[in-house]
Design a protein around this ligand. Structure first.
Ligand code: UDP
Length: 339
């Protein structure tokens, strides 16, 4: 068996035999925010979809609309446990993980386990089925970046023992394991580094800035800006993100690709934008900045533009409108605090 620190063949290890039957996708974390949007897209594009989710941060509400669809199957399982599936699998999309800083602070060991043991199991399943594997990685692999914007060639600035270490290091390990399966086993693998993404189905109380600000604005409660609010993020609407992820899986490129929206803003500007979009009477209050909160973040998406011919299409105003409408309906239905 050949071993190499570099991908054996950046164009992809072995051509897959063309299959005439319906493609089968496994989505770990398929009941989560992004996982469930991916499931919708895959079913639309004619895949059979098997969701694996332990519902720790995901919710059956996100996939309930597929109940009864013969192309859809849900398995309530922790992806860190042995995965056995009958029948063929063509694509494994590994999305399972807590992804909000508040969640992974509460669940540091589960976060480390799903990123390490869970990725191992999901890779093992892909290898056994000779399926193509995609890892949902994160901009957090860049930590608190000293290079701006962040290209995929930047190695990052991560504090392994800080509050975000459990997530950042789990995802860095997951990337390393994915590359090792690619290099050692010739598995077809893809790695997407997902930057801040928002949209319907985010949990109102997951602690991330988008649901936190929208929920506060809709209730005319103060928006809590951490630090002086000058830290920046760039927000990508979920449909854009899913399109980029889908194109990456269908490409032949095994190295990491950033997917995110490069329009950057400060958290103070974002708070003001949310208040305006909601038409809220909320004011802004300041709270201490959590430890290791990245000061600036913006994806360099040149690789995705060149390779995948992908560009985000949904401007913040339009994405916010849709997201606000969704949160408003949840609040009206009284399900705003559900996980
Ligand atoms: N943030 C904030 N108020 C909140 C929640 C978050 O000011 O109620 C800030 C947070 O400090 C960070 C940014 O918003 O600088 C984005 O936070 P989020 O938790 O959404 O994700 P991150 O990008 O930090 O992983």
């Amino acid at each position: 068996m050949k071993k190499s620190a570099q991908p054996l063949n950046p164009a992809g290890p072995r051509p897959r035999a063309r299959r005439s039957r319906t493609p089968v996708s496994v989505v770990t974390g398929g009941a989560g925010f992004l996982g469930s949007h991916l499931v919708d897209r895959l079913l639309e594009r004619g895949h059979r979809v098997i969701v694996l989710d332990n519902l720790v941060t995901g919710s059956v509400d996100n996939i309930a609309h597929h109940a009864g669809d013969p192309a859809f199957r849900f398995i309530h399982q922790d992806v860190t446990e042995y995965l056995f599936l009958d029948g063929p699998v063509d694509y494994v999309w590994h999305f399972a993980s807590p992804a909000s800083p508040v969640d992974y602070l509460e669940l540091p060991i589960q976060t480390l386990k799903v990123g390490s043991l869970g990725t191992h199991k999901a890779l093992g399943l892909a290898l056994h089925k000779r399926a193509r594997f995609l890892l949902a990685s994160t901009s957090e692999v860049y930590g608190d970046p000293t290079v701006h914007p962040q290209p995929e060639t930047y190695w990052g600035n991560v504090n392994p023992i800080g509050p975000r270490g459990c997530y950042d290091e789990a995802k860095r390990f997951a990337e390393a394991l994915t590359m090792a399966y690619h290099n050692e086993h010739g598995l077809e693998t893809r790695i997407v580094r997902i930057f801040n993404t928002y949209g319907p189905r985010m949990r109102m109380n997951d602690g991330r800035v988008v649901p936190a600000f929208i929920a506060a604005a809709l209730r005319n409660k103060p928006l809590t800006v951490y630090g002086d609010g000058r830290q920046t993020r760039s927000f990508c609407y979920c449909s854009d993100l899913i399109e980029g992820v889908y194109r990456l899986m269908m490409s032949d490129y095994p190295l990491p690709v950033n997917i995110g929206n490069p329009v950057e803003m400060t958290m103070l500007e974002f708070a003001e934008a949310v208040i305006r979009a909601v038409g809220s009477r909320s004011r802004i209050v300041f709270r201490p900045l959590p430890a290791d909160d990245p000061k600036q973040r913006r994806p360099d998406i040149t690789r995705a533009q060149n390779l995948l011919k992908w560009n985000p299409q949904v401007p913040l105003s339009e994405g916010l409108e849709k997201t606000i409408a969704w949160f408003r309906s949840k609040l009206k239905a009284g399900t705003g605090s559900a996980r």
